[in-house]
Design a protein around this ligand. Structure first.
Ligand code: C2E
Ligand code: MG
Ligand code: MG
Ligand code: MG
Length: 286
């Protein structure tokens, strides 16, 4: 009895795996077609200076407008794009689109804000990524000092040499670097020191239960203090409440982003927000 049950469980499991695999393949095929059809857009989530309440920049986040399924979230398609290698042309397209828009916005308004763009490990593993990024900067005319590239701790561990090479070339041109989702990986402090990153972004899982969760409050305060000792600036991700923001302000967190300020926005809405923020002097700060 146990044996046949085991076999049934296995058959069931194998079927689930096959379904998952074919779903993935299907998504991959759709991704390829979507790239050809130009179904990807870039949305931008503003970032605020905690002390002054002014907008300092925005993060570019990929959006897939599927003709039948509507907007598909990056959490679903970025992992598939990474596994299939499609993240390389997709990431390049997102970077080019974002730099093009940012250069145009900066030139029209004279408003110099930082543009943050996410990099995947597959991109960092490319031996000529620095040259590809410099070519996009030259082509679009964006001031490299306005660009900040984000990578996660797992990229830091898996692509340490690629990152060193990338940062050496791009930092000489003024590009900045941030560690995304900080605190969720296993990166060591030694890496932080020899990589000369500019910013840590505290993952939103530490932010969501602030200020009541004592462990999260301690961790957040410690990360901010440590980062400042290493001369890094700190951005808190996923700020949704005034209570979270007030706590982060008291701890000296430099910048924040989150639904309390704004969701990621298409360019027209971003421009409306930016112009309103500029004319009101300061933004959503307490
Ligand atoms: P991330 O880089 O950590 O981006 C922040 C994510 O948190 C975004 O999700 C954003 O919409 C979400 N978020 C912002 N504020 C809040 C908040 O207050 N509450 C909550 N619950 N969520 C908030 P999104 O846009 O779905 O992107 C998810 C992840 O997909 C990103 O995490 C990033 O790792 C990846 N991703 C997005 N666009 C790109 C891209 O162009 N290239 C690469 N390589 N990865 C990307
Ligand atoms: Mg990010
Ligand atoms: Mg993040
Ligand atoms: Mg993330």
């Amino acid at each position: 009895h146990a044996k046949s049950q085991g076999r049934n469980t296995w058959a069931f499991y194998a079927q689930e795996l096959t379904e998952a695999a074919s779903e993935r393949l299907e998504l991959e095929a759709h991704l390829r077609r979507a790239m050809e059809r130009g179904e990807f857009a870039v949305h931008y989530q503003p970032q605020w200076d905690t002390a002054t309440g002014q907008v300092t920049g925005a993060e570019a986040l990929a959006r897939w407008h599927h003709p039948e399924q509507g907007v598909i979230s990056p959490g679903r398609f970025i992992p598939v794009a990474e596994e299939s290698g499609l993240i390389i042309p997709l990431g390049e397209r997102i970077l080019r689109d974002a730099c093009t828009f940012w250069e145009d916005y900066t030139r029209r308004t004279g408003h110099r804000l930082t543009l943050a763009v996410n990099l995947s490990g597959r991109q960092v593993a490319l031996p000529d990524l620095a040259e590809r990024i410099l070519a996009i900067l030259d082509e679009t005319g964006l001031d490299p000092r306005l660009l900040e590239l984000e990578f996660t701790e797992s990229v830091l561990l898996e692509q340490h040499h690629g990152l060193l090479r990338l940062m050496q070339t791009l930092k000489a041109r003024g590009v900045q670097f941030a560690i995304d989702d900080f605190g969720t990986g296993y990166s060591s402090l030694a890496y932080l020191k020899d990589l000369a990153v500019d910013r840590l972004k505290i993952d939103r899982t530490f932010v969501q239960d602030l200020p009541d969760d004592e462990n999260d409050a301690e961790i957040t305060a410690a990360v901010i203090a440590m980062a400042h000792n290493l001369r890094l600036t700190v951005t808190a991700e996923g700020v949704e409440t005034e209570g979270q923001l007030a706590f982060l302000g008291r701890q000296g967190c430099d910048q924040w982003q989150g639904f309390l300020g704004s969701r990621p926005l298409p360019t027209a809405e971003l421009e409306t927000l930016l112009s309103a923020e500029r004319h009101s002097g300061a933004g959503t700060s307490p």
